[in-house]
Design a protein around this ligand. Structure first.
Ligand code: G1P
Ligand code: ZN
Length: 536
């Protein structure tokens, strides 16, 4: 087998964002765009002196995933990797199942071909994420080095063989990710209790959004737990997700959300394209992800895997402080990290936390280094089965005990990049302490810089935080996953202990605050009259 050096020209736009390198599919289809990034990633890991003997390749099944597998295999083998572990022949598996495989087979790292919850297909998005030996996304020190490498790359290593030959190389092994993952879940949760809950006639729906989780959901919920097959909706993975925007939130899973608000089932849930996100719904009741993390923390002892307790929990800083209330009562530490799952990894590795989550529909634990939609859903099923309460009862009870944190997240997707960058730099330096906007007075504005408590790696300017005198917290940042223009993210929270207000919708309750934020950021003046494209 001859190793060849393929000449290439570098690209200047290969800086990985919050969740790896993510671009419009047509950008990825440019000659050598993917190959350059793959070679740069391996070169950086090698330059860092990392052992690189085995490497996992997986994906969420989106186009052109499985089609680019041969060229990735060739580059890996040509760079001396002795074993390439391919996750599913069609390269369809949820991200958490891929992370599990990296850990289980002691691989030295991996690639996940996915753009998460972004639409797929030729006119959608594609992406590649570099995973470390712990099964989690590469930290910024590594992704920054990869970016530097991509700017100067002039050739990549490959093999002089056909694509068919590449798929059959002795170095390539194909794994069954579903079984490994389902076994892992079965070892952590009380499957007997959940089975009884289903046997008792409780109703359930899981929406796979035509993406990667369908087959895994059937194995776990139907084959192992006894749910009805027809309760698993949109369960056949499609390379373009059937045109669906596979983001499980009230905006993009609107039909499902509406059906659940109208009594479709007692418990409804959905996962995103690559299965690391989830949405939790009760009968006529929506659980915001921040409250979801708080409920999981509150009831963790019902989960066999967590029966001995937690050492601590973490939330990303834009996530509401709902979990803090619960955790502090239980005497648990709460860490605040920047947005992006990779920031949880060092806390998990060091055993400082065992459970964590983000407002962006993601929770997970210390058993892998990615967030995990099906894990969160099983967590809820386990709680429902053990408490005998409904989703709504569980959440309302928590509000009664701790007060309710009203919370809303507003996104402005695909806005003008230059204006957004100007807004960002203005906000970094703005001095608004003491300034009055209508009935609100700003008490403090601060830039959120983060120092990892374990690795001491510093990540500066991860967002701008603004507090008002009456304890409203506003967080503002620019998205790192969008592929067109810029995306503004606004997060607002306000604590309320007046029970008579608990039934208000967050949107209604926070209406004035939203106007305040829009004034502080001068959104209409800067962008012309813009409206958020998603409110969660
Ligand atoms: C978004 C979410 C963030 C999540 C990431 C990957 O990133 O806000 O919490 O970790 O997707 O799923 P953003 O686009 O805001 O940078
Ligand atoms: Zn995802």
């Amino acid at each position: 087998m001859e190793i060849i050096k393929v000449q290439t020209t570098s690209f200047d736009n290969q800086k990985p964002g919050t969740g790896g390198l993510r671009k419009q599919t047509k950008v990825f289809m440019q000659k050598n765009f993917l190959e350059n990034f793959v070679q740069a990633s391996i070169s950086v890991r090698k330059n860092n002196g990392d052992k690189l003997e085995s490497w996992v390749v997986g994906g969420d099944g989106r186009y052109p995933g499985v089609l680019v597998l041969p060229s990735i295999i060739k580059i890996l083998v040509a760079n001396g990797i002795k074993k390439v572990l391919v996750v599913g022949r069609e390269l369809i598996a949820p991200t958490p199942a891929i992370s599990n495989v990296i850990k289980k087979y002691n691989a030295d790292g991996g690639f996940i071909l996915s753009a998460s919850h972004n639409p797929g297909g030729e006119n959608g998005d594609f992406g590649i994420k570099v995973e470390m030996a712990n099964g989690g996304g590469a930290p910024e020190s590594v992704t920054n080095a990869i970016f530097e490498e991509t700017k100067k790359i002039s050739f990549y290593n490959s093999l002089n063989i056909t694509d068919e030959e590449a798929l059959k190389l002795a170095e390539v092994e194909y794994l069954d990710p579903i079984k490994d993952y389902a076994d892992l879940m079965e070892s952590m949760f009380d499957f007997d209790a959940i089975k009884k809950w289903f046997d008792a006639g409780h109703t359930f729906r899981f929406n796979a959004m035509n993406a990667s989780t369908g087959p895994t959901a059937i194995e776990i919920f139907v084959n192992r737990l006894g749910a009805k097959r027809e309760w698993i909706l949109n369960s056949v993975p499609q390379p373009d997700f059937g045109g669906v925007h596979p983001e499980p939130n009230p905006t993009y899973a609107k039909d499902f959300y509406d059906a659940m608000m109208n009594g479709l089932a007692e418990f409804g849930c959905a996962c995103d394209g690559d299965g690391d996100r989830n949405m939790i719904l009760g009968d006529g009741f929506y659980v915001i992800p921040s409250d979801c993390l708080a409920i999981m923390t509150k009831y963790h002892k019902f989960i066999p895997y967590y029966a001995n307790g937690l050492s601590g929990v973490a939330r990303s800083i834009p996530t509401s402080s709902s979990v803090d209330k619960v955790a502090h009562k239980m005497g648990l530490d709460v860490y605040n990290t920047p947005t992006g799952w990779k920031f949880f990894a060092s806390l998990l590795d060091a055993g400082k936390i065992n459970l964590c989550g983000e407002e962006s529909f993601g929770q997970g634990g210390d058993y892998i280094r990615e967030k995990d939609g099906i894990f969160a859903i099983l967590f809820w099923l386990n709680i429902l089965a053990k408490t005998g309460k409904s989703v709504e009862e569980l959440v309302r009870e928590m509000w009664r005990e701790n007060g309710r944190i009203f919370y809303s997240q507003y996104s402005y997707e695909g806005v003008d990049k230059e204006i957004a960058n100007k807004l960002w730099s203005d906000m970094l330096t703005a001095n608004i302490d003491g300034k009055v906007y209508g009935k609100y007075e700003i008490s403090k504005k601060e830039v959120f810089d983060y120092i990892d408590p374990v690795s001491h790696e510093e990540s500066k300017a991860q967002g701008v935080q603004i507090f008002t005198k009456d304890n409203i917290r506003i967080f503002f940042r620019l998205s790192g996953t969008g592929t067109v223009g810029a995306t503004l993210r606004l997060y607002i929270e306000k604590f309320e202990d007046d029970e008579t207000k608990f039934s208000m919708s967050a949107r209604e309750y926070l209406k004035d605050v939203y106007t305040l934020v829009s004034d502080i950021l001068e959104l209409n003046k800067r962008f012309g009259n813009i409206e958020p494209s998603a409110i969660n």
